[in-house]
Design a protein around this ligand. Structure first.
Ligand SMILES: Nc1ncnc2c1ncn2[C@@H]1O[C@H](COP(=O)(O)OP(=O)(O)O)[C@@H](O)[C@H]1O
Ligand SMILES: [Mg+2]
Length: 289
């Protein structure tokens, strides 16, 4: 078998056996249970939505979360993935991140993509050319849903490849539940916000994670000190929504940019990092076992 040849996905000389990156799962973005809940609007859902809308931490968001987003949260609560909401951790361009209490008293992070605020034209460019999203089209809702599922799938794949990422827990429509890195009272910092105590080691870890990601068939696509968080001496790679498979027509450009960002950051930390060397390290073929 060789899907790679069939789809012209990877240069055969570079093939490294059946690596993870060449399998790709279809990602289904058809109508979700949450959409059905939102349509039905039964009393229980209506009450839930009202409670959530009235909760302090959601006050600002009233106008941006639509009913189907509330329904997605409702479904996650019903399924036991979310017990209670804590405060917002971040309000980004495309998504808001909240801390919450998950199953078995575990703290989780809930990332909610906003269907309307999303820069979906840009999202489409990342999705197009990713074999997992063939024929996604230009429906705004579908694009954002696909994006959320992609982040979930990317986190899973990265984790399987030995990259420290937040453990993905559940995804429903435009809402993603994952492990909360850091404690509720002690938010994990981005690499950009801390004094990196040992930049050499930090760089070696980041470099190794980039290589593992690449060997798992992924390019992060937005890697920098802003999407690396550090907690309890651990470096964690986050924000994998835009990560593409190595077969994406722009994968190499994205990788080059990631390497430039990472090299620039560590150069500012006083170590001599050349972006081209970094890229060569990341893309170096896996040694034969
Ligand atoms: N799993 C997580 N655990 C702890 N903090 C997180 C987690 N995911 C995101 N954050 C926080 O939320 C911020 C935004 O999340 P990110 O996934 O980078 O979204 P954005 O697309 O808005 O940049 C991060 O910089 C980080 O501070
Ligand atoms: Mg980010």
């Amino acid at each position: 078998m060789n899907d790679r040849e069939e789809y012209g996905l990877l240069e055969p000389e570079e093939g490294e056996g059946e690596d993870f990156g060449d399998e790709w799962e279809e990602i289904d973005v058809s109508d979700t249970e949450a959409d059905r809940i939102a349509r039905k609007r039964d009393r229980e859902f209506a009450e839930f939505r009202k409670r959530l809308k009235d909760a302090d931490q959601f006050k600002v968001e009233q106008s941006v979360f639509d009913d189907a987003t509330f329904a997605a949260i409702y479904k996650l609560v019903q399924d036991g993935y979310i017990e209670a909401f804590g405060g917002p951790i971040s309000t980004g361009k495309e998504a808001n991140v909240y801390e919450a209490l998950g199953a078995e008293d575990r703290d989780v992070a809930v990332k909610i993509y906003r269907i309307n605020a999303s820069n979906f034209q840009q999202m489409r460019e990342y999705l197009e050319g990713d074999p997992r999203f063939e024929g996604i089209g230009s429906d705004k809702k579908k694009v954002v849903l696909a994006w959320t599922k992609k982040e979930f799938a990317n986190l899973r794949r990265a984790k399987a490849a030995g990259v420290r990422v937040p453990e993905p827990i559940a995804v429903e429509r435009n809402v993603l539940v994952m492990e909360l890195v850091g404690l509720v009272e002690d938010r994990a910092r981005r690499l950009a916000e801390v004094d990196v105590e040992n930049p050499e080691t930090a760089f070696e870890v980041v470099r190794e994670y980039m290589r593992r990601l690449h060997r798992a068939g992924l390019v992060h696509g937005d890697l920098s000190e802003y999407n690396l968080i550090i907690h309890d001496g651990e470096l964690v790679v986050i924000d994998l929504g835009q990560a593409v498979t190595v077969h994406h027509p722009n994968a190499e450009d994205f990788l080059e940019r990631d390497c430039r960002n990472v090299a620039a950051f560590f150069t500012r930390q006083g170590i001599d990092v050349d972006p081209a060397d970094l890229q060569a390290f990341v893309t170096e073929a896996e040694p034969e076992p």
